[in-house]
Design a protein. Structure first.
Length: 92
């Protein structure tokens, strides 16, 4: 998968939002990846929803918070160290 967006983290790591291909259209896809500064994978996640075809569509670092938006209209606040969901907001 190609990188759609790349976010540099303060600790030297980086978060990649991976672009999806047509083969991913009907599955939840782990298209948000965090890497260490040396390129090793720290975590990889898919949206938690059971919706068919859900994926991450946008990611940004705002005031130290890692925010990720899903196709199913949720904005998640994520822990940049673990990828764990800290908060969720329906934003449709």
């Amino acid at each position: 998968m190609q990188t759609r967006s790349l976010i540099a983290l303060p600790d030297g790591g980086r978060v990649r939002l991976l672009a999806l291909g047509s083969e991913d259209a009907h599955a939840n896809v782990a298209n948000l990846v965090c890497e260490e500064a040396d390129g090793r994978e720290r975590w990889r996640i898919a949206p938690r929803m059971d919706e068919l075809g859900d994926c991450f569509v946008h990611v940004e670092l705002r005031e130290g918070a890692l925010l990720a938006w899903t196709w199913s209209c949720f904005r998640l606040t994520l822990d940049p160290q673990t990828g764990a969901e800290l908060a969720s907001l329906f934003v449709k």
